[in-house]
Write a protein that binds this ligand. Sequence first.
Ligand code: XIL
Length: 573
Amino acid sequence: MEGLSVGVRRRSVVAAAAWLPFVGASTSCTGGPEPVRGPATDLLEGRDWAHFAGAKPTSAGVRITRLDRRITRQDGGGGQPNPPVNLRGPHLVFRGAVRIEARLRRTDDTDAYLHLYGETPVVYDEWRQEPRGVRIGVAGGRVRFDRWDGDSDRPAATRTFAGDFGEDVRLAVEVRGSGLVLEADGTVLGTFAGRDVFGHGRVWFGADAQGDGEGWTLGELRALPLGRGRMAVQNAPGLEVPRSTDALRDLAADLERPIRLGTALAAGPLLTDGAYRRTAGEEFSMLTPENDFKPQFVQPRRGVFAFEEGDTLVAFAEANGMQVHAHTLVWFEALPAWMRAEMTDADRRRVMTDHIRAVAGHFRGRVAEWDVVNEPMSDEDEDYTNGNLGVRPHLWFEAMGERYIDIAFRTAREADPHAVLYLNEYGVEEDGPRWDALLALLIRLRGRGVPIDGVGFQNHEYTAGDRTDPEAFRRKVRALAGLGLKARVSEMDVLVGDGAEDEDVQARQFAGKLAVCTEEPNCTSFSTWGFTDRYGSTADIRTYPPGPGNALPWDPAYEAKPAYWALRDVLDR
Ligand code: XIL
């Protein structure tokens, strides 16, 4: 925690009269007042606030709904806040000093927060890398300020200011070198060390609603350069990227029996990292939302939906002629806490079917396929002998028994009749009781007339012991063909040790599975789980900064690795 370096509280010269511009209202960190430069630029009017999760543009400003969006860990614990960032909206680029002014209007007990990010967060489904930034807002009757320095999930500095802050509060932040001046209703609250939070000369905007109310309204948002500073407002990049004619997707489309080449993508880097965006659109003809369609992101509160990041992925696919393999409707991970809470079996079933109807209904007609049920098979030996028939006894199973799978597929088919419906599973690429139990389950589902179209084989290889033989995989694909089911490689990644030999092992693993998929008529697509070691589930996360992984065909600098060339060779022969 740090104290105020300026202890004075004084009224702004003009605050009482007109709020803008704040001529002479500023206290310099180092000397006299900095003159303002020109009029402030409106950051709401004519800018994109319509693709910002939880936000809705209205005539009174941007309405921010309370989402309570949090990240849960696999064990259901955790709860790291995951407030949305308006990555498809405006952000500032500046040099020197800049002033940002906002008006926060509240009509109930909502705590209203505006976030100014110096960098954008990277969101995994079990962790959010909290970037450098500050958050200012009104909580209760107080103004609260938090600063993150990009080296921890927790704020490095927090201050609250008591005052008579009411329903309509004007906040301003001036960024001057490494100092931040904070103002509320025309009163300077203090000057903080900024620790280079905005050292890249950029500011992205986010907003969050907390507390007991339903939301608040961002009535105004403006920015202007101060002194000799310069400032520009940038909109998000367009989603369409240039196409080549002999990328992986083109080679796969030119096969005698074309297949789709896919990868898992996240909305954040698509909007903020040009190399990620270009490679994704150029090389792949299908995308799987890595995390953005999962329940904790799309339905953070019961009946409150946030589809904006998911919509961005769909828009990217549409702009670049890609199909969306949507992932996932029913799983036992990445659930918001309310979904796991105690409830009756009937209510649990309703939660599941409501979720499927709302989410598959929202994306209806815009996604080609769905993973309806993800990872239904158990990891525990006892579930293979105790009557569970190898099906994982999680919350959905506890409420409905194995029939939760039937209900899920039937509900999904009704919600989006044209989507191809998949069950997705790991560790079933090779022979063994897990595969036997899955096959038996599929036969039961077929026998009951459940509308399932295919099975995704995740093909995660996290250790040397996870390597599987392509020929064993081929037998599984053929067994599915015998049942009239499609197959796909859904989430392949191959983690290796260091050294050239390992990259060759990795290349052979990827190529072996792709070859089977091109050769077996019921195999429809081959997808990797991310494509660059820079991001994704195999990166070394939960540390600041996260370390890169090594499981994917492109390295962190987007240089193609041997695995990429091996995939090309399979498609090109
Ligand atoms: C992974 C995500 O990629 C990670 O960000 C997260 O931390 C863990 O989950 N099987 C699945 C995917 O079906 O949804 C999982 O995704 C990886 C395993």
